[in-house]
Design a protein around this ligand. Structure first.
Ligand SMILES: [Zn+2]
Ligand SMILES: [Zn+2]
Length: 106
């Protein structure tokens, strides 16, 4: 009886890992830049960050700026500096209005 239960649990774990494995790979585990235009907060995260509490009211409104890399880009409008692989996405709203105006600084 106990052996049967153990076997069932093992089989279930195996099936679950087989089902979930492709999903965790497809997600992509690279570090990305996220920016909240409401308060100007920038963080680096692998997954979409939680909304949390935005100092400007409600939850943060996270926008992805692209993958984190070893180049430094600065927005000439708000002064935000991000480490990015390529030029950060330009369609993300800037805290100071319009889109960010990225300049490579190093
Ligand atoms: Zn915010
Ligand atoms: Zn900006």
């Amino acid at each position: 009886m106990k052996r049967g239960l153990f076997f069932t649990i093992t089989v279930f774990c195996l099936i679950f890992s087989i089902i979930l494995l492709p999903f965790s790979f497809a997600e992509g585990k690279s570090l990305k830049n996220y920016y909240c235009p409401k308060c100007g907060t920038h963080i680096e995260s692998v997954n979409q960050p939680l909304m949390g509490t935005c100092p400007s009211g409600g939850g943060h409104h996270w926008h992805c700026l692209g993958e984190v890399g070893d180049r430094n880009y600065q927005c000439s409008k708000c002064g935000l500096v991000v480490k990015s692989k390529n030029t950060p996405y330009g369609n993300v709203p800037c805290k100071n209005g319009g889109g960010h105006n990225w300049k490579r600084i190093s």
